[in-house]
Design a protein around this ligand. Structure first.
Ligand SMILES: C[S@@+](CC[C@H](N)C(=O)[O-])C[C@H]1O[C@@H](n2cnc3c(N)ncnc32)[C@H](O)[C@@H]1O
Length: 298
């Protein structure tokens, strides 16, 4: 690792962990962005190609083609598409949870439509209320893009990690830290409380700049949006709304994740992280993007 990055990483670790824990009051759901409404709209139109893409996403993270016989807990299931993908890949017992009632209903509707035979359950539970004695421990605990939206990311990671069975895997994705984190945190808090009309205007402005940036770098916006489902089965426009409004918001460096996971008794299996060009971080002009982590419980 580059020496400068090491220094920045250490400073961040101290500063960052304080930043990460300061928003505990935000676990209050009333202050959260209405994720579920966005997912409800998306899930109505989810296509076979998007489900297949979600399957490929799971296969890539777990580095295996099938999940036959594995128990699977999906924390912060959102649209339910990844629970569905896990079932289609052979997971034996799928439990999907979300804090947002709309996400729960959307996941239930999606799974009922695609897997009427059952073998899955969906419940409205916060990650903080999960308990291995009551809900069981799972061979795969999956939480993509969730724990940084809980208002207390480190506590949420610890709580989710407790649900992993011995020898099982914890698969999660978290926003990487960028230089513009403070701006995005402010923007999301404001946007998540703005009226739908104002949100639509902000989306249009964001998309206009995005389009401009693609044009400057010689890429075609239409093609970009068409191929966007290659990004884990989500579509571009729902992801834009999710990005602009996803509040509470926290971010983390891979070094910090590693430190925490070691402390919790996990070993790194694989990490898909992008390193920024400015002292190990990107500017975050259009957002931060998620780094993906797979850890195994020792
Ligand atoms: C950005 S979405 C990600 C959804 C899904 N995992 C995916 O990859 O598409 C974040 C989800 O986390 C849920 N969430 C936020 N705080 C939560 C908490 N404390 N416990 C469980 N779910 C939570 C939100 O309701 C939302 O559905």
């Amino acid at each position: 690792m580059d020496f400068r990055l090491k220094v920045v990483g250490l400073a961040e670790r101290v500063k960052g962990l304080r930043y990460m824990n300061k928003s505990k009051s935000l676990v209050n759901v009333e202050l959260h962005f209405a994720f579920g409404k966005n997912w409800a709209e998306y899930a109505e139109k989810v296509t076979e190609a998007e489900i297949a893409e979600a399957e490929r996403g799971l296969q890539r993270l777990l580095a295996q083609d099938r999940l036959d016989g594995l128990s699977f807990l999906d924390i912060g299931c959102g649209s339910g598409i990844h629970s569905l993908a896990a079932i289609r890949l052979g997971a034996r017992k799928v439990f999907a949870v979300d804090l947002d009632a709309d996400s729960v209903h959307t996941t239930q509707a999606l799974l009922k439509r695609h897997v009427p035979s059952g073998g899955w359950s969906v419940k409205e539970i916060s990650v903080f209320d999960l308990d291995p004695d009551r809900h069981g421990a799972y061979e795969v605990v999956y939480s993509w893009g969730v724990l940084h939206h809980t208002g207390a990311m480190v506590d949420a990671i610890e709580s989710a990690a407790r649900m992993v069975a011995p020898g099982g895997r914890f698969v999660f994705a978290l926003y990487r830290r960028v230089w513009m984190d403070f701006f995005w945190c402010w923007e999301k808090r404001w946007y998540s409380k703005a009226s739908p009309a104002v949100q639509r205007i902000v989306q249009a402005i964001y998309i206009w700049f995005y389009r401009f940036a693609l044009w400057v770098t010689g890429r075609n916006f239409k093609k970009y949006v068409e191929n966007y489902s290659s990004n884990r089965g989500m579509d571009f426009y729902h992801d834009v709304h999710d990005w602009l409004g996803g509040y509470p918001y926290e971010s983390i460096l891979p070094q910090e994740v590693d430190l925490l996971m070691q402390k919790l008794g996990f070993s790194r299996e694989r990490v898909f992280a992008r390193q920024g060009r400015f002292f190990g971080r990107s500017t975050g002009l259009f957002g931060s993007g998620c780094d993906e982590y797979v850890y195994r419980k020792d």
